[in-house]
Design a binder for this molecule. Structure first.
Ligand code: AMP
Ligand code: ZN
Ligand code: ZN
Length: 503
């Protein structure tokens, strides 16, 4: 990784340069048009619809999103990072770094260096830059290089990170009306050119909240999505009226999907561990455990094989593709339940009264039910483009490219998006189906990457061709296609004898 060191002189120079360039531009024009000045990139608007699972598009009509899909790029889904929780995944989207590296390892976490707790419900913690310092969000990259950022909510956007905040930002307020959010973004776009942002974020939480309360795909979730779509429709109309639609970039993402949960699938950790002798900093689909009163060894012995629907790892031994290793906030022991199963404790459940949770997220990002959405629209994206599932960790590289910024160090890559950027021709995807020892394996192949579907999981692999044929890889995953012969490894396991199914 490149150094993430703060560079105030560079930022100041960038600003002086921008101001001079603007002055020259303004004196050359006798009228301020809504278009961004020539030396600035097209503006970029990043919209997050929390908890929008990739398959919700057929729940209700979404004419506004359909408008973007029709004239832009849509990926089959968006694969996230571990754990698939709001703060970790949102921060990975804007930094291109996994939670195990950026240190927002959960919505609730323990910091053993500072000896303090973070909770997304604690306003002081959420607004404290300390928690976010191990990576650089795109708005900091933009502001450092002379652009202007405006955030209508995003995890981390209220904090000074590397001493920089977005020029315009908002304190999180879940009750802020959707119309108010849209109107504010449009009002920012109407500012004089020298004050007008280049990068905007917008965030909606209702699809997630109703998914938790009523379960994924419930009618209430559909209604929440339709409501957000109506407001995005108003936004698109506002952009069109300003001559911006088609001349700026819009990315629509979600931060994870949603899976059904019920009280019959709860694992009580206190059946196996004395909770007075450990510290558990996060509960749910995965639990984060600190060895405060007994050794890691003892915890592992107590949890190993304890419950058929739960696995425990020393943090360093967690699956390599989780990349959940290096930050000091990564706990000693990570425990994860199977999809749809939850890890909790008896006092908590006893204190809950009526059990009302019907949906949850936070499991392995490969579960298709944890995949979110991705739409990209604007001058770089040809109408009607489609892509196999893409990765959220690559979006920082994509946004840096769209904003013409030098990216800070990150763990993502532009490679899979490259063929889509300013494509002059349509891009066709290949779809293949195989049976491997009797089980279905499906492949969706794009120019530089593919998605592999196996047992309700979907993995994104990068193209890494060999001389013999086409090969795709990701850590612990490999897919090779040599004429009609296919071989596949998933999580290190050879899928065995695979045969193509007639299409
Ligand atoms: P999750 O259940 O992990 O999807 O968390 C969703 C919740 O995160 C939302 O309902 C909000 O209450 C909360 N949230 C989202 N963004 C922010 C933010 N910027 N600051 C504080 N809380 C937030
Ligand atoms: Zn969320
Ligand atoms: Zn949620």
């Amino acid at each position: 990784m490149r150094s993430l060191a703060f560079n105030p002189a560079g930022r100041l120079l960038g600003r002086i340069y921008m101001a001079l360039a603007l002055l020259i531009w303004l004196t050359a024009c006798d009228r301020v048009t809504p278009a961004q000045p020539v030396d600035r990139p097209p503006p970029l608007l990043l919209i997050s619809i929390d908890g929008f699972r990739h398959d919700y598009f057929d729940l209700v009509d979404t004419p506004a999103l359909d408008r973007l899909v029709k004239t832009g790029l849509k990926a089959d889904s968006l694969q996230h990072v571990f754990p698939t929780k709001t703060f970790p995944t949102h921060y990975s989207i804007v930094t291109g770094v996994h939670p195990g590296t950026h240190g927002i390892v959960a919505n609730s976490m323990w910091d053993p260096v500072r000896e303090s707790r973070f909770s997304m419900r604690n306003r002081d913690a959420v607004g404290d830059g300390y928690w976010y310092e191990a990576a650089e969000p795109i708005w900091v990259t933009a502001e450092r290089q002379g652009l202007i950022a405006a955030t209508y909510f995003w995890p981390g956007s209220e904090a000074r990170i590397h001493r920089i905040r977005p020029t315009y930002w908002k304190l999180y307020d879940a009750s802020a009306r959707h119309s108010e959010r849209v109107e504010q973004v449009l009002a920012w776009m109407d500012l004089p050119a020298a004050e007008r942002p280049d990068l905007y974020t917008l965030y909606f939480s209702s699809v997630d909240s109703l998914g938790h309360r009523h379960g994924p795909r419930a009618a209430q979730v559909g209604r929440a999505l339709a409501d957000i779509d109506r407001h995005i429709g108003d936004l698109l109309d506002g952009l069109q009226a300003r001559g911006l639609l088609g001349n700026m970039h819009i990315l629509v993402v979600s931060d994870h999907g949603m899976s059904s949960v019920d009280l019959d699938r709860y694992i009580m950790l206190d059946d196996y561990l004395d909770l007075n002798r450990v510290t558990v900093s996060d509960w749910g689909p995965a639990a984060q455990i600190w060895a405060t009163g007994q050794t890691v060894e003892d915890i592992m012995t107590a949890l190993d094989g304890a419950h058929p629907n739960m696995r425990a790892w020393r943090a360093a031994d967690s699956p390599a593709r989780y990349r959940f290793g290096s930050h000091h906030r990564v706990p000693d022991v990570l425990v994860e339940a199977d999809l749809g199963w939850m890890i909790s404790n008896k006092p908590y459940i006893a204190g809950q009264g009526l059990f009302s949770l019907k949906g949850m997220h936070g499991w392995d990002p490969a579960w298709l039910e944890m995949h979110g959405v991705f739409i990209a629209h604007g001058p770089a994206f040809r109408a009607g483009l489609r892509a196999p599932a893409v990765r959220s960790v690559d979006l920082y590289a994509l946004m840096s490219k769209l904003l013409d910024l030098q990216p800070a160090g990150n763990e993502g890559s532009l490679a899979l998006f490259q063929p889509y950027l300013n494509a002059t021709e349509d891009i066709t995807l290949e779809s293949h189906a195989f049976t491997c020892d009797g089980e279905l394996l499906e492949a969706r192949i794009g120019p530089e990457h593919m998605a592999l579907y196996w047992r309700e999981q979907a993995h994104v692999l990068d193209r890494l061709d060999s001389e013999a044929g086409r090969q795709f890889e990701e850590v612990d995953l490999r897919f090779t296609l040599i004429s009609d012969a296919v071989s596949a490894y998933i999580d290190g396991e050879d899928l065995g004898d695979c045969k193509a199914l007639a299409q």
